[in-house]
Design a protein around this ligand. Structure first.
Ligand SMILES: [Zn+2]
Length: 294
């Protein structure tokens, strides 16, 4: 069913839980995520990568996800992830996205604020003031769509270019939230996109410091690889949305690699292979839903 993203997240936080968000590059994965959400009786968020949304087929995928979300038996939101191109944002919203992460985190502070305000004004002019906006303060290392070990030190011992970017400066949080009007805030507290090089070391002290400075829900990106016992602590610090991507892909690719030969031998049985894809993504989503509601 159609529900505002901030409403789903706010309701979860009131129950001491968080809502998982899953990157969907395709419809099979999205069907599995929504199926798991319905089985658990909890809401979920379908994320679309900006590279996907920048293509005509990506916009058709968003339209299909919109239909899937609206027909679901639980609240499901469709969010454009990490977007900074105003045209991609406008097109994705027209296609059916009901929320956007307006990501100016790589820009200077004032430019980040200006980007979010500009998108808000453009959406209002588009007649879509209802679109929920997440903004990001502090830079996340790594790549959203391709996972490599992140945070590696080079031979001289200094951090490589893909190493941990700046942590969110908690002193800026109040100013940033009030001036952007963001409804959710993505933070950088040692989390990374892709794979963690070694053990993830989340800065709970920084997260705590951010949580006391704003009332809007916080968002943790790059949750793949963070142990469940760590993730369950997040909701207590006002983290109401947790993004998963890498681990979902890892599971699907492993299943396809393992099962393709047998399914070729079984009369080129793509239908059954897609069933395996569904099972893998569904099991991952079910585990994430259960973990975040513990
Ligand atoms: Zn992200």
């Amino acid at each position: 069913m159609r529900t505002q993203l901030d409403t789903v997240v706010g309701a979860a936080l009131q129950q001491g839980s968080a809502v998982p968000a899953f990157t969907c590059y395709d419809f099979t994965t999205a069907l599995a995520v929504v199926g798991a959400a319905e089985e658990s009786g909890r809401g979920a968020i379908l994320l679309v990568a900006p590279k996907t949304a920048a293509t005509p087929n990506g916009l058709r995928l968003i339209a299909a996800l919109r239909g899937l979300a609206d027909a679901a038996g639980v609240p499901v939101a469709v969010q454009l992830d990490h977007a900074s191109d105003p045209q991609v944002i406008a097109d994705a919203v027209s296609a059916g996205a009901d929320s956007v992460l307006v990501d100016g985190s790589s820009l200077p502070y004032e430019d980040n604020i200006a980007l979010v305000r500009g998108v808000r004004a453009a959406l209002a002019a588009q007649g879509r003031a209802d679109v929920v906006i997440e903004a990001e303060l502090g830079g996340l290392a790594g790549d959203e769509d391709r996972a490599f070990g992140t945070g590696a030190a080079d031979s001289a011992g200094s951090t490589a270019a893909d190493g941990p970017a700046g942590l969110t400066d908690s002193a800026l949080v109040e100013d940033f939230v009030s001036r952007t009007g963001a409804q959710l805030l993505a933070v950088a507290v040692g989390n990374v996109h892709g794979k963690y090089k070694g053990e993830p070391r989340l800065r709970w002290d920084v997260l705590q410091d951010i949580a006391v400075r704003t009332r809007i829900p916080l968002v943790l990106h790059g949750a793949s690889g963070i142990p469940p016992e760590e993730l369950v602590k997040a909701a207590a610090m006002n983290v109401g949305k947790v993004n998963f991507n890498t681990e979902l892909r890892t599971g699907v690719l492993a299943v396809l690699e393992e099962q393709t030969t047998a399914h070729r031998a079984d009369g080129e049985n793509l239908q059954a292979l897609l069933g395996r894809w569904d099972s893998s993504a569904r099991a991952f989503a079910a585990t994430a839903l259960a973990t975040l509601s513990r």
